[in-house]
Design a protein around this ligand. Structure first.
Ligand code: IPE
Ligand code: IPE
Ligand code: MG
Length: 234
């Protein structure tokens, strides 16, 4: 492939519809979605993509029925626990963004365990967005900047795009080059609002549990045909 994105971000949508179409409970769709995520991580490794950010649970998803939220949290914990050896073996480094302290305690513990156990890996960086909201992230970034000004670490005249980016959850990562959303929905749903400014978008009608490595490759191939201009003349 001629031009591979450094950073791919995915809004993994459509688990509920996938389950409903089969007469299954919604959680069955989430379980199947976790398998799709596993395959996608593998595909990104094969393509030598450096960063993959997966929108796994939004700040707004807490509004869902308690039973679904609980099942999702349990699934996350179980998935992390089960897949840690595979992440280590595949040289994947796990990271997370979002208001992580909102997650149940046992979930946080497992998350930090997996982060620690994969910290030395230097292949794909897999970033899970958990209890993540783009607007909340910007608010947290502003608070962090204000603190730095108050402490006298920076002068407010120095604040620019570059500096603000360093106060976001994503400060260690480059902005996504490619955004994929499954299930045909044409919206951002509060995902990486600041970081997606010049990201190439790819929407597929496929529901997330049906998204395969082949679909990932097709998206990356399409990305390779895009011409990015960043507001300039080519
Ligand atoms: C995405 O699938 C997974 C999460 C938001 C956790 P959905 O659960 O949103 O599935 P649909 O959109 O209802 O089909
Ligand atoms: C976005 O999907 C969040 C995740 C994929 C985790 P939603 O299903 O929550 O988004 P809306 O409600 O369709 O905008
Ligand atoms: Mg949805």
């Amino acid at each position: 492939m001629k031009s591979v994105p450094r950073h791919v971000a995915i809004i993994m949508d459509g688990n509920g519809r996938w389950a409903k179409a089969r007469g299954f409970p919604r959680i069955k769709g989430h379980e199947q979605g976790a398998q799709a995520a596993r395959e996608c991580v593998e595909g990104c490794g094969e393509l030598k993509i450096e960063y993959l950010t997966l929108y796994a649970f939004s700040a707004e998803n807490w509004q869902r029925p308690k039973s679904e939220v609980f099942a999702l949290m349990r699934l996350l914990e179980k998935f992390l626990k089960e897949k840690t050896p595979e992440l280590v073996e595949k040289n994947v480094r796990l990271q997370a963004i979002g208001r992580l302290t909102d997650l149940p305690g046992t979930c946080q513990e497992q998350l930090h365990k997996t982060i620690e156990q994969t910290a030395g890996n230097n292949g794909l960086t897999l970033i899970l967005a958990l209890s993540y909201g783009g607007r909340l992230e910007i608010i947290d970034g502003i608070k962090s900047l204000l603190r730095a000004v108050e402490l006298g670490h920076i002068d407010k005249a120095m604040i620019d795009v570059e500096m603000f980016s360093k106060h976001l959850y994503t400060r260690y990562y480059p902005d996504p080059d490619l955004l994929i959303r499954t299930s045909g929905e044409m919206r951002l749903s509060n995902f990486l609002l600041w970081q997606l400014s010049y990201t190439e978008m790819y929407v597929t009608p496929k529901l997330w549990p049906d998204f395969t490595k082949k679909d990932l490759f097709a998206a990356v191939e399409e990305y390779g045909r895009r011409q990015r201009r960043y507001g300039a003349v080519e």
